[in-house]
Ligand binder design. Structure first.
Ligand code: BT5
Length: 333
């Protein structure tokens, strides 16, 4: 059931160009005029700008960029992703909350989003900087009916979603650095963390964590990563509306995910390779014991990176350190 507030927002939105009197709104919503007025005040606190003209009534003039469950769900064009949204101003990590919600029985597509994380996590216990209101920090709960070996495909899919979403709204050229970093001009703009609970042959759930730097300028990125990190604003010179971006990503995710469920991994693989960083180029690969040169060929269905040496020997890599070469990611500025 939609709340009165959600209905009120919808009515105001569909009458953007005209005024609605308090009486009309009270009739349509079936609440008192005082209740209408109270809701208006609450909307104002959430950043909606509502013009109240004497004898004419109310009219919505601007939407907030303040992220709330309502602003995110308003106009969200998905069927399952984002039906349940939990928004917090500050959390330790959205991942932990999403795990908790999974245990409480929340379903596929549940979103946990925060303005700020004080203990944002990267892979292998690394830290993820998630300052207030400067980026998108969210976790998506997924319940795919797949065996655990296919989980890496979902991570690769998420990277494709981010690259596609960024390309669709800008002239920027995002690239996916294997396995899952999104780079623009060799600098990291987004990261993905996939955590899974599984039985032997079935995934119970996946918590897919996505962090995207949006409105930071150089000085608000922590010093230790400044040389290798960037934000949408730095790359595009524009400030971006966070609500709208999250909606775009959720919608792109749902479409790509549905295609993956129906058609399998091939479309994801093809798109991933379209954005793959340094694909077709030679890089240096190292493990604890040796270092060698190889050309990056593509990705495999199990998430491995396919490489080929000069002698034509193909090898699948699951983990190794890659030196991205002259002017590449991580190179000194
Ligand atoms: C990642 O790990 O890139 C996964 C990041 C996932 C973050 C999301 S935010 C919502 C959800 N809740 C969480 O707590 N996490 C997820 P990894 O590939 O391990 O990269 C981590 C490394 O990236 C760090 O060691 C830094 O070098 C660098 N880094 C940290 N914060 C960054 C930032 N904001 N932008 C760019 N690089 C960053």
């Amino acid at each position: 059931m939609e709340s009165t507030r959600q209905r009120l927002i919808k009515i105001l939105e569909s009458n953007r160009d005209s005024y609605l009197s308090g009486q009309e709104l009270s009739n349509q919503l079936n609440v008192s005029r005082t209740a209408v007025w109270k809701h208006m005040k609450e909307l104002g606190k959430d950043g909606y700008e509502i013009e109240a003209a004497p004898r004419k009534g109310y009219r919505i003039v601007a939407y907030p960029d303040k992220v709330t469950k309502n602003t995110l769900q308003w106009g969200l064009n998905t069927s399952r992703v984002g039906r349940d949204i939990f928004h917090y101003e500050q959390v330790s990590s959205t991942q932990d909350i999403a795990h908790q919600l999974a245990k409480e029985g929340y379903g596929h597509g549940t979103v946990v989003v925060a303005d700020e994380q004080v203990k944002g996590k990267g892979r292998m216990s690394r830290a993820w900087h998630s300052k207030r209101n400067e980026g998108i920090w969210f976790s998506l709960l997924l319940k795919p009916e797949l065996p655990p070996v296919q989980a890496p495909q979902i991570t690769l899919l998420a990277a494709v979603v981010l690259a596609e979403a960024i390309s669709s709204i800008s002239d920027l050229s995002p690239q996916i650095k294997w396995p899952n970093d999104i780079l623009i001009n060799h600098k990291k703009i987004a990261g993905i963390l996939t955590e899974m609970q599984a039985e032997q042959d079935q995934i119970q759930y996946i918590v897919l964590g996505i962090g995207i730097n949006v409105n930071q300028d150089q000085s608000s990125l922590p010093e230790d990563i400044r040389h290798k990190a960037t934000s949408l604003r730095q790359e595009s010179g524009k400030t971006w509306e966070i609500n709208w971006l999250i909606q775009l990503i959720l919608e792109t995710f749902e479409n790509t995910y549905e295609q993956f469920i129906q058609e399998g991994f091939l479309p994801v693989k093809n798109k991933w390779e379209k954005y793959g960083y340094r694909l077709g180029q030679e890089v240096t690969i190292s493990t604890m014991r040796k270092a060698w040169q190889a050309t990056l060929v593509g990705i495999e269905a199990d998430g491995a990176l396919l490489t080929r040496t000069e002698e034509g020997i193909q090898e699948k890599l699951y983990s190794a350190e890659i030196h991205w070469g002259e002017g590449g990611y991580n190179a000194n500025p």
